[in-house]
Write a protein that binds this ligand. Sequence first.
Ligand code: DGL
Length: 275
Amino acid sequence: MKSMSDRPIGMFDSGFGGLTVARAMIDLLPSEDLVYLGDTARYPYGSRPLEEVRDLAVQIAEHLVDRYDIKLLIIACNTATAAALDELADLLPIPVVGVIDPGVRAMLQASRSGRLAVIGTFGTIMSGAYQDAVAAMLPTDGSSPPTLETCACPGLVEFVERGSTSGPEIELLVRRLLTPIVEAEVDCLLLGCTHYPFLARVIGEVVGRRVVLVSSADETAFAVADLLASSGLSAERTGRPGRQEFVSSGDIRAFTEVGSRLLGPELIDAELWQP
Ligand code: DGL
């Protein structure tokens, strides 16, 4: 039987978005084994009612615990974090990390003016999870509180899921969707959907160089590193390189082909999961 620290870390997203978090995890914690599940057969999550996303998240989390005996779960999806973080933290016998608090922490650190914005799926933005997370981290030193502009961006995830991350169609849509953000003259824009870092070049061109783009991926990996160290669950002492396993509920060939382009050489093949 494997010791607790030798067990893999599980993570999931509706599709490829969580690979941005997987990249940060592999780079920061190269000794950790990872199991990544992309629910590509049932994406997008962002247009579904939150209760439905919660049910999907619970089903996936239970599968990762039962089948892979994971030691920690990362919800590498903002929509699923907004819908199910509290429920999964109560339900599972292992630590659960979402991407919303780490993203907000990174944004508050990066902003100089306190004029902030977050973009995400319809589900994430309407849940109010970002507004709540910013309110919970408000400064206690009497300085003026930050302002938060929010904007749902339907349609962007679909481009990434098709493996498309640049081009005139994407630019047109980004320009149209981000008009309120450009007009709000913010200094920091949090990419509050894990798919969006794949579109960072286009988003950066639209909002302009003065706006710092913040992704939750690195900060989430740092949060996981801290949690593993403080709970004695880190695999680092083994010294061997971590293994990565990939699982998809959709077409395995398409998942491997697009996923390896987005993540890099670690994604060589994937296992089919039929929920
Ligand atoms: N990548 C996900 C997120 O961070 C979900 C995108 C979707 O499936 O709509 O919200």
